[in-house]
Design a protein around this ligand. Structure first.
Ligand SMILES: Cc1cc2nc3c(=O)[nH]c(=O)nc-3n(C[C@H](O)[C@H](O)[C@H](O)COP(=O)(O)O)c2cc1C
Length: 340
């Protein structure tokens, strides 16, 4: 099984990715939060910094692009390919209303003619690149509909027309945002009908969740009937976001390794805190970023309610550092439960 770290805008920037890769090696790929080239065809300073090869040395990284215009996407692909990236991921999953309203991310999915035209423009542009251009693959990260995951059937028909290197499927619709559990039946429909390689994404919280989704995929392949390749098809890749953030050692556990120790978490936290303090403008921003991380990492401490509250309330660095020390020295880390 291969493990991909999902992009999480505002959280999994290069500082986080570097620290995670250093302390918990084993993740096969990290995806950047989306960069959004608009009609001006330039990247913002923050986006440039996040994809700069010197800020990502040694980290297996796939940049992600959010757009609904083929020319803007192709511009971004070329810029990123020139930096040495061999795969670019297209975001067709972002559910945020500000994005979806502009027919971007999962907001484009119900406009199937426009989606088809967008992908056609992108893949045609890729096919026409001069033969001496650096090679580049296009993968897609998608939800399964704007209004409902019932849209999956039409979406697969469209995706099957293009040589997508990997189709990363988060089986919720834009309407669902992050509510409820992912729609497993809709995922299995895609699994059974896609001609492109599939990656599962959604609510993977523990090692058993990976085995479970791999098991249902294998079962569905067998049920497809017949012999041959399709019947033996296995799920080879999963992507996780909030599960990996909540417990940064989850990849290791999925690979048969140990749960994170308090000492490891302390070292990981110290690195993040130090590097974020060097790169973010001022203590208030650093503290708010660290508190956002604890929103997820706090899940490792089901008995840590009071200590986590102190972290949330910390008004300055001294209070914050003291609250983290108390949490790490007095609360027990617990293996995560299932997200399904
Ligand atoms: C705060 C936040 C930011 C996100 N930013 C992105 C993003 O930039 N690009 C993207 O494709 N998905 C983004 N996602 C979605 C995640 O990559 C992932 O698909 C989703 O959280 C479901 O997977 P999970 O249950 O493993 O977290 C974001 C999710 C959250 C909660």
């Amino acid at each position: 099984m291969k493990y991909y770290f999902a992009p999480l805008e505002g959280i999994t920037g290069y500082v986080y990715r570097n620290a995670h890769h250093k302390f918990f090696p084993g993740t096969d790929r990290y995806y950047t939060p989306f960069v959004a080239p608009n009609y001006t065809k330039h990247f913002k300073t923050k986006e440039k910094r996040d994809v700069a090869p010197e800020n990502n040395a040694g980290v297996p990284l796939v940049p992600q692009v959010l757009s609904n215009k083929a020319d803007e996407t192709l511009w971004a692909v070329e810029e990123l390919a020139q930096l040495g990236y061999e795969e670019i991921n297209l975001n067709l999953g972002c559910p945020m209303p500000t994005v979806a309203r502009k027919k971007k991310g999962s907001g484009l999915l119900k406009f199937t003619d426009e989606l088809d035209a967008y992908l056609d423009g992108v893949f045609e542009g890729i096919a026409r690149r001069p033969s001496d251009s650096p090679p580049v693959r296009i993968s897609v990260k998608t939800r399964l509909g704007t209004d409902s995951t019932q849209e999956a059937e039409e979406l697969v028909r469209i995706y099957n027309r293009y040589p997508i290197s990997e189709l990363i499927v988060h089986p919720r619709s834009q309407e669902d945002l992050y509510k409820g559990t992912p729609d497993r039946d809709a995922f299995l429909f895609v699994w059974q009908n896609s001609v492109n390689p599939i990656v599962y994404n959604g609510n993977i919280n523990c090692a058993e969740d990976v085995s479970e989704i791999a098991r249902v995929c294998a079962e569905a392949s067998r049920a497809d009937g017949g012999a041959g390749e399709k019947a033996g098809k296995q799920l080879e890749c999963v992507m996780a976001g909030r599960g990996f953030l909540s417990d940064p050692s989850l990849v290791r556990q999925c690979q048969g390794g140990e749960l994170i120790s308090a000492r490891e978490l302390e070292a990981f936290h110290a690195e993040l805190y130090e590097k974020l303090s060097e790169t973010l403008p001022g203590s208030a921003v650093v503290l708010s970023h660290m508190k956002e991380l604890w929103y997820y990492m706090g899940n490792m401490f089901p008995e840590g309610g009071k200590c986590l509250k102190e972290i949330r309330r910390a008004g300055n660095r001294v209070q914050y550092e003291a609250a983290v020390r108390v949490l790490l020295s007095s609360c027990r880390i617990v293996r995560p439960g299932s997200g399904f």
